[in-house]
Design a protein around this ligand. Structure first.
Ligand code: SF4
Ligand code: SF4
Length: 133
């Protein structure tokens, strides 16, 4: 269920209280994995298989190509807090909320974004004239 974010004047946010107002806790609801830049038909066939699965997306941004899997962290509590805060993984400790998905969706930085098989297949057909189907 998507919860509503309370309306708060932007000037009242600071890094210490900002997450309290982000009741969707967007940053804890998916994982990403960097992948090799796909070049060949075989590379894209593999990605077509992967993106055919539920909750799997593929995107390219300035850092390269990534798999994105929409799946909430099992430590995310109903109130949006982390259930293992003191022992959370290093990547979570390093994540800064200075400018995060509360401010702008990550998708704004995507150069390419494939949300399903049909979107990636359309790209493959354009990229490879001899794609074949
Ligand atoms: S770091 Fe940003 S996206 Fe994550 S819970 Fe805090 S405000 Fe929300
Ligand atoms: S371990 Fe905690 S901070 Fe890290 S993704 Fe899970 S809920 Fe978020």
């Amino acid at each position: 269920m998507t919860k509503q974010i309370p309306i708060q004047p932007m000037g009242d946010f600071d890094p210490n209280n900002k997450c309290d107002f982000c009741t969707n806790s967007k940053c804890c609801t998916y994982i990403t994995q960097h992948i090799e830049t796909p070049r060949s038909k075989a590379d894209f066939e593999l990605l077509l298989w992967q993106v055919s699965h539920e909750h799997v997306r593929i995107y390219q941004d300035r850092d390269g190509w990534f798999l994105l899997i929409d799946t909430p962290c099992t430590h995310l509590q109903p109130d949006g807090r982390c259930g293992i805060y003191r022992h959370r993984p290093e990547i979570c400790k390093e994540y800064s909320n200075d400018y995060c998905e509360f401010d702008a969706p990550a998708e704004e930085g995507f150069k390419r974004h494939f949300r399903n098989y049909a979107e990636l297949l359309a790209y493959c057909r354009k990229r490879f004239r001899t794609w074949g189907y």
